[in-house]
Design a protein around this ligand. Sequence first.
Ligand SMILES: Nc1nc2c(ncn2[C@@H]2O[C@H](COP(=O)(O)O[C@H]3[C@@H](O)[C@H](n4cnc5c(=O)[nH]c(N)nc54)O[C@@H]3COP(=O)(O)O)[C@@H](O)[C@H]2O)c(=O)[nH]1
Length: 727
Amino acid sequence: MDGEFVTGDVVDPHGWQLDRYAEDFGTLFAEYHDIKEQFDRALKESPRAGEIQRGLATMLSGMADVGVVVTDGNGTILEASPATTEMLGHEPRLVHGCPLALLIAEADRKTIADLVLTLGREATDVRVTSIVGKALSGRVLRVPDPEQGYRITWLLRMAEAAAGDIGQRGALFSQLYARSTNGILVTDAWGTILSANPAFTKITGYTEAEVLGKTPRLLSSGRHDREFFDRMWQSLAENGEWQGEIWNRRKNGEIYLEWLHIIATSVDRSGPVDYIAMFYDVGHFHADRDRIYELANHDSLTGLPNRALCKDRLQQVIAQARRVGGSVGLLFIDLDRFKEINDTLGHAVGDQVLMDFSWRLVHAVRDTDTAARLGGDEFVVIAPGLANEDDIRVVAQKIIDSLAVPFVIDGRDLYVGASVGVAVYPTHGDSADELLRQADTAMYAAKGGGGNACHFFDDTLERRRAQRMDIEAGLRRALAQGQLRLVYQPQVAAGDGRLVGVEALLRWDRPGHGVVPPDQFIPLAEATGLILPIGEWVLRAACLQLAAWRDAGLPPLRMAVNVAARQLNDVDFVSRVVAVLEETETPPGNLELEITESQLMEKMHTGLDNLKRLRELGVAVAVDDFGTGYSSLGRVQSLPIDRIKIDKSFVADLNVSGDSYAIAHAIVAMALALRLEVIAEGVEHAEQAHLLAGIQCHEFQGYLYGEPQPPEAIAAMLQQLQKGQAS
Ligand SMILES: Nc1nc2c(ncn2[C@@H]2O[C@H](COP(=O)(O)O[C@H]3[C@@H](O)[C@H](n4cnc5c(=O)[nH]c(N)nc54)O[C@@H]3COP(=O)(O)O)[C@@H](O)[C@H]2O)c(=O)[nH]1
């Protein structure tokens, strides 16, 4: 009867209907029941059925720690006691009809098979590991059976922990298995779930009991196609493992993403393998990752792509254009007067303007274009396929026009403009960096022309940009290497030509370039912010010079120092000036700050506030280049100033019947009315001085009285003055 079940079905213990051991648990369960029913029927039909059942029942009852498994001569399980559940990973009723070898770990299956084939009448000791990793030790008995030839009774016990290291390690692994936050699932070679740990339940919502005997397919989300699983199985077959992200479905229907690592446990690839699947829910990692990606690639204020993503997109569209011989238009946008808004109304208002503008920008361009914020008030638009100058100008004009309507923030109408620089791939550059640089250069040209305009890149701009960069780099070194110095131009009283003050004027002794005049580098220093350290250096150097003359016993002198807009609007300006005055022991009344009329015409809250505070401290304020900015009388009246400097352009062509004379006259009259002092600059000829004195101009400055000169020359003049006063 070997190999033949009582009903006539052929049951091979080593090839036990494996093809029927279907993946699907339902089928599997049905098969077990089929077999069990057949066995039960066979028992009922047997004349000794009652005796057998009674014997089994007696033997199996009350053996809580000893598992008893009865197999036929082929090793097919006929009966199993309740205690085997934990050892073999299945309830006794589920293992009926199953070859015992299949419930034993791969490595020990041969031991079981050999025992079944060779077992004599003597009891034999056995030590194996079950499929669910339980170390088992016990005794095997061959019991004669008149009907079946013989039966084999396996008396199994879980191996004691004291049995050695393996036991201890087993205990550790058990803990790991039970307490791991990773879900762990063990399946046999056919995917039947043999065990699942508590974390599995926590993640999927299924208890172990609910999944035992089923396949992992019950977790399927349906999101992966056949190729996905083909690749997984291929990797398992070739490498013995697979890992990756997989969408699965929880018991409550929710789909989630897990990181899954499957290991094939077979050492010997020739036989069937078991699989251990370990996984964890990576949903929250993904949420974090998405957030990190968002932060890394998008501007947090406007939500637009940031510089990094912009560059990435630009590289992509350039690569695409290169492949198909296409083009890419790049528009570099810088807001005009934005800084003023930021400085005067604060950053919250500035931020609102930037947010509103980004919205307008996105709506001014096509969906296929990318609008990005590079930082500050700099934006770009990447327009794939755009190369024609007219077409690009249309886009640029739309952007400029979008700003025609004011931003209404906190009930205030705020107007900003836009300077747009354009560079085109491949005409102006063939890399993202180059194109961005060229468009930036073109933007500067648009801004230099007064703003609210579009300018295309050309080679002249590139040369000018290179020059600018050269000056900027040189200027940084100049400050550090002491290449800056001050010269001083006399200011004299109109009545007697007495020296009353000097204007400190900056010079840069640039190695290899000679003396660089300030108007060649001050605008750049302002644009780059270098004016702040440079301006502070000038202020300190001028005050130190005053101290040196004072220490030399020379009479006190007014020192006029030019202040750039950026300095004046710096919130720390007052404290910096005060610190220098204290440090150099300069009386505030000896210092005069020169600001241009155009600076005063700008709406500068911080700047005006700074001036007021400094005047309260005793520092004088003069308005430079007066007459060029068309200030109204009312405006001048409200300003915290002491002196007006008539611009040298009016002085240059002064004659009694000319416009300049009329303007100079009006300026002096206004100044006198407002009780302001007046100094005329650029006085080169005695005739000019004569005419200016005639209209009651108080002081003169110009080549007629002395060019800007080194401190020693001024010291000599002061000595003369001293002598004159003494005699
Ligand atoms: N922010 C700062 N600006 C500064 C500083 N030092 C100078 N400057 C500004 O640079 C501009 C050019 O200055 P500079 O080349 O020194 O020219 C000055 C005089 O040399 C020139 N001048 C004086 N008298 C005459 C004259 O009779 N004829 C004539 N053609 N030129 C003359 O005028 C310049 C002084 O101008 P102003 O300041 O307006 O009184 C100039 O705008 C400087 O302000 C600095 O440290 N910081």
